[in-house]
Design a protein around this ligand. Structure first.
Ligand code: NOJ
Ligand code: CA
Length: 520
């Protein structure tokens, strides 16, 4: 089932910022297709494409107005089907972004639900029975919209004010206007979302990254209702589309794996301490050596235990919601961060542009991005071409302005340089994909990780008796470290900086280094 996931290294493409094929200043699907070979050359074999559907783009497409229609600015449904086919022809897979928690206020379902006259869509969103009745301060509700409909009611908001919450029911029903999870209204919404998944899976899509996956059932503090709902979604997929993959934006693997997701992300929110590593005042991966990775490891371990050692957590280099990693780490430090990302279990995700160390820009908000806009600037392909080869449009028409720094990185320059960040990322991905002990499902055991200390050492091993074992030693700090460690080195598979050495029960890890040692 979904065997392709076992070897997947993902590349996240923010379609509006990747490659513009028709000079309107906005990236598009034909542009993505043109660059598939580039993604493959880096070593990634799977894509996550952010929403590319019809939308007023108040939240850059996370405000969907038609789940089954590609936004004209990105192309047509036929272009998306061609993208699936071209990806498959290269042995690649494509996840779309499913936004099941809310739509745009321009979605026809919402417009219908605003009518005074009861109709098929009256129960599609979380409406109260009177405009003066508040939705209430219940978990999963992020505000209320009222005074916008001829219908006498107020409607719950899921994220931004123009993203009304779809109605999957309440776990605790305490008011007459609240639907139970198994009410016909709530089940109709659930069916509609299954239909959306089926629509794209029939056309060649390989699965979904699910937006705000934990937000569906309201007043569900432990999320038991939402978990049950996803178990049903997964059962539906397993029956009809057994190769389809679901990866959640949720951040609580113990819940999501139970809910039926194949994997969950470690994110900028939640309890994972992901930010301690790459994005905080003293990131663990900075060479100043003043960071702390111990709480990250403690949570990671706990999650592994809670998920029977599966703990399938995806560690992203970044995404369209976070500050770029480059804001906190320079390219040399980022190489070590990638050595970590590419040697941990779960599927790694490279956010387009992180492989060349694109900067976080200080730019005005575009399409509801706010500070996130700085991570959404167009890809820098080639410094010699206009707009770095992203688009032939005049610069002022670009989706977001580009990095104006003299030393702004570009794909062309990075690819031509054996010692660049890009080349290191490529080597790491290739090594990961050819080393069974570094794979998605191989075990991880932390050998050394102390509070405010360096290095970090962990053992990856193939689960079968006698299978390959690889010791990973990471020391971003600019001082060498030495820790007790059992095992006998057979050969060094990889080293960045001076190689670490394992002998007589001691692991010596040079300053600013990463080493992968295969054990005898
Ligand atoms: C998470 C998405 O990644 C983000 O970009 C979006 O604004 C919110 N969910 C709302 O859909
Ligand atoms: Ca375009």
């Amino acid at each position: 089932m979904s065997a392709w996931l076992d070897d997947a290294v993902f590349y996240e493409i923010y379609p509006q910022s990747f490659n513009d094929s028709n000079a309107d200043g906005i990236g598009d699907l034909p542009g993505v297709i043109e660059k598939l070979d580039y993604v493959l050359e880096l070593g990634c074999n799977a894509l996550w494409l952010n929403p590319c559907f019809v939308s007023p783009f108040g939240d850059a497409g996370y405000d969907v107005a038609d789940y089954c229609m590609v936004a004209p600015r990105y192309g047509t449904n036929a272009d998306l089907e061609r993208l699936f086919a071209e990806a498959h022809a290269r042995g690649m897979h494509v996840l779309l972004d499913l936004v099941p928690g809310h739509t745009s206020i321009e979605h026809p379902w919402f417009k219908e639900s605003c009518r005074a006259e009861p109709n098929e869509f009256s129960g599609r969103y979380v409406w109260t029975d009177d405009v003066w009745t508040p939705v209430g301060d219940v978990p999963g509700v992020n505000g209320v919209l009222r005074g916008i409909s001829e219908r006498n009611g107020a409607v719950a908001v899921n994220f931004f004010a123009f993203q009304p919450a779809l109605n999957y029911g309440f776990y605790h029903v305490t008011e007459p206007w609240q639907s139970a999870m198994d009410s016909p209204k709530a089940l109709a919404t659930r069916q509609a979302m299954k239909d959306v998944m089926a629509f794209w899976l029939e056309r060649g899509c390989d699965g979904f990254r699910v937006d705000m996956a934990g937000s569906l059932v309201k007043d569900d503090p432990e999320q038991e209702g939402t978990i049950a709902l996803w178990q049903d979604m997964r059962a539906f997929l397993d029956e009809r589309y057994p190769n389809a993959v679901l990866i959640s934006e949720w951040g609580e693997p113990d819940k999501t794996i139970r809910a039926g997701f194949h994997m969950d992300f470690l994110l900028q929110f939640g309890t994972s301490h992901y930010m301690d590593l790459f994005r905080c005042e003293h990131p663990w991966f900075a060479r100043e050596g003043a960071g702390d990775a111990s709480e990250f490891v403690a949570t990671y371990r706990r999650n592994m235990e809670l998920t029977d050692g599966r703990g399938l957590m995806c560690i992203p280099s970044g995404n369209h919601d976070m500050d770029r990693m480059r804001k906190f780490l320079d390219p040399e430090e980022m190489k070590l961060a990638f050595a970590f990302i590419m040697s941990m279990p779960g599927c790694p995700f490279v956010y387009a542009g992180d492989e060349i160390g694109m900067r976080h820009l200080d730019v005005t908000s575009v399409e509801g991005g706010y500070q996130r806009t700085g991570a959404r600037s167009p890809m820098q392909w080639d410094a010699a071409a206009p707009n770095f080869g992203f688009s032939d449009a005049p610069a002022e028409k670009l989706y977001v302005r580009q990095d104006g720094a003299e030393d702004a990185p570009s794909v062309a320059a990075e690819m031509a340089d054996e010692s660049s960040l890009w080349s290191e990322v490529r080597r790491l991905i290739a090594l990961r994909r050819s080393t069974p002990a570094l794979g998605v499902n191989a075990a991880v055991e932390f050998v050394y990780c102390e509070k405010n200390a360096y290095p970090l050492a962990y053992l990856r091993s193939v689960r079968e008796e006698g299978g390959q074992r690889v010791l990973v030693a990471l020391n971003p700090a600019q001082r060498p470290a030495e820790v007790a460690c059992d095992g006998r080195a057979a050969r060094t598979l990889y080293s960045l900086g001076e190689a670490a050495e394992l002998a007589s029960g001691t692991l010596r890890v040079p300053a600013c280094s990463a080493t992968f040692i295969e054990l005898a």
